[in-house]
Design a protein around this ligand. Structure first.
Ligand code: UTP
Length: 276
């Protein structure tokens, strides 16, 4: 079955970026001239998806406005030397349908994904956390790589990367049986474990392919770590009853939800641009 929809949970408060995120969504932070979420939408389009389902919250209106026409501005620069600056975003908008719903209370990533059920329905879908910026200069994007695997195994998949063991407390961490090079069948999944309790150093990053049965599991998943409904807990339930895969991806990932990762990503893409 083809995957057409990509869900973007974008309701979080982005507290690590305060005060800038007080009135502005974290997902709209610019990396050079594009906001983070635009990179995510581009990755989804590259993977053949054309419906972007965005979970927003209070103070996130700028996301909707970004993926819309700005009549006054566009009229103003029409025919001028600056018109080309909007070519890319216009083309992207014309390829996609954007749908939105709000998460009213920020009860965690699992809860945000559950709120997406109304936009997704009963089909498999992708999830991108826009603050995880993934770039693969050598070939296809992370979501495209995961889709190939989905066509083969037809089950939920998380993207993983090796992290220093002292950093496991920042991530969901998996353990599993390696089925093929870099592809693991998940046997354990722990949310933000201390290094001494981490089952491995394989950390989940913000890319998922989920089968629609995740919604019913999420409905019965109790709040876990930090009192939030955790997607890792729901995926562990799926892994127990069926199969969940974890795949190492090709490319670079920047944690743009942290100031350090954000600056790194900016420098990296700036240098790439300069080399062009
Ligand atoms: P993060 O924990 O990275 O985002 O959640 P945050 O909570 O916004 O950031 P900090 O830690 O306060 O700085 C991962 C993703 O899940 C979304 C966030 O928007 C982000 O994309 N999220 C998280 C929701 O949509 N709703 C939630 O209740 C929690």
């Amino acid at each position: 079955m083809k995957i057409n929809k990509c869900l973007f949970p974008a309701a979080g408060y982005g507290t690590r970026f305060l005060p800038v995120t007080k009135a502005m969504p974290k997902e709209m932070l610019p990396i050079l001239t594009k906001p983070l979420i635009q990179y995510g939408v581009e990755e989804a389009v590259e993977a053949g998806m054309h419906t972007m389902a965005i979970i927003t919250g209070r103070g996130k209106r700028a996301i909707e406005d970004h993926f819309d026409i700005s009549y006054e501005l566009e009229h103003q620069i029409q025919g001028s030397s600056k018109e080309h600056l909007l070519t890319e975003i216009r083309a992207l908008i014309s390829k996609c349908t954007f749908t939105y719903t709000r998460q009213i209370e920020m009860k965690g990533l699992g809860d945000a994904i559950l709120k997406g059920e109304v936009l997704i329905g009963k089909e498999p879908f992708a999830v991108i956390l826009a603050d995880d910026l993934c770039i693969n200069e050598e070939g296809s994007g992370v979501l495209t790589q995961m889709l190939k695997l989905y066509q083969k195994y037809k089950c939920s998949i998380v993207a993983i990367m090796e992290v220093p063991i002292e950093e496991t407390y920042k991530y969901g961490v998996i353990d599993g049986k390696e089925l093929e090079d870099g592809v693991f069948m998940v046997t354990e999944m722990v949310e933000k474990p201390e290094p001494s309790e981490a089952p491995s150093n394989l950390a989940i990053i913000g890319r998922y392919i989920l089968t629609p049965d995740i919604f019913s599991v999420l409905k019965s998943t109790k709040p876990g770590k930090n009192g939030e409904v955790q997607i890792t807990d729901a995926l562990m339930t799926l892994a127990r009853t069926g199969m969940v895969l974890a795949c190492k991806f090709k490319g670079k990932r920047f944690d743009c939800g942290s100031v350090e990762g954000y600056v790194e990503a900016t420098n990296y893409l700036y240098n790439l641009e300069r080399e062009k």
